[in-house]
Design a protein around this ligand. Structure first.
Ligand SMILES: Cc1cc2nc3c(=O)[nH]c(=O)nc-3n(C[C@H](O)[C@H](O)[C@H](O)COP(=O)(O)OP(=O)(O)OC[C@H]3O[C@@H](n4cnc5c(N)ncnc54)[C@H](O)[C@@H]3O)c2cc1C
Length: 169
């Protein structure tokens, strides 16, 4: 369904870049519009559950995530001021046995960086300082030209998208 189409995605966040990779894998030409001047991820740690990890692995990120993440052995849940956990959720080997992939924790910026690099390898255009603004709910999404662009957007400035960025057929 995606093959041969050009799809605009609003936002180079973790979800936006993951979607971009998945669509590119199915043959779409993908342009990611990011309103910030550069791709950045704020915040600290991110838990990557096995279902998310499977998807990211299928997009070729297994090595990059393994290199920059760690596998906690358990999550202990403490009631306020208690010295003993009320419950301990086993992770580590249990996750491998049950799901075949790890439960990992990594810094958000590291995942964003790995996704961004993968997008570049797939020749996905990431246009920074470019906002996608919906003018009408169902009909049209406007993508004003970016003041600064990265990737192939440096040559192909984003124009008004005929098809709404997040409302593909
Ligand atoms: C405290 C907290 C902890 C969390 N912990 C986890 C966790 O452990 N594991 C997990 O899987 N998930 C976690 N989540 C959820 C996860 O962070 C989000 O699901 C994920 O970051 C969403 O990614 P996103 O790309 O949709 O949005 P964002 O990361 O918010 O990115 C949106 C991007 O779009 C850009 N943008 C917005 N509007 C426009 C526009 N009109 N035009 C162009 N660009 C635009 C923004 O500048 C931004 O770069 C957590 C969330 C929070 C708040």
């Amino acid at each position: 369904m995606a093959a041969g189409r050009t799809i605009y995605i609003a936002g180079a966040g973790i979800a936006g870049m993951t979607l971009a990779l998945a669509l590119a894998k199915f043959g779409a030409t993908v342009v990611v519009l990011e309103r910030n001047p550069r791709v950045q991820e704020v915040g600290a740690g991110l838990q990557i559950s096995p279902n998310a990890r499977r998807v990211l692995n299928q997009l070729g990120l297994d090595k990059a995530i393994t290199a920059r993440s760690f596998e906690p052995q358990a999550i202990d849940v403490y009631p306020y001021r208690a010295s003993r956990p009320v419950v301990s959720l086993e992770l580590g080997a249990v996750m491998h046995q049950r799901y075949g992939v790890p439960y990992a924790v990594m810094h958000r910026a590291d995942l964003a960086d790995a996704l961004y690099r993968a997008c570049k390898r797939f020749a996905i255009s990431t246009c920074c300082s470019a906002s996608a603004a919906s003018t009408r709910p169902a009909r049209r999404t406007r993508a004003p030209a970016g003041r600064r662009a990265e990737g192939t957007c440096a040559r192909r400035r984003p124009r008004t998208a005929r098809r709404p960025a997040l409302q593909g057929r």
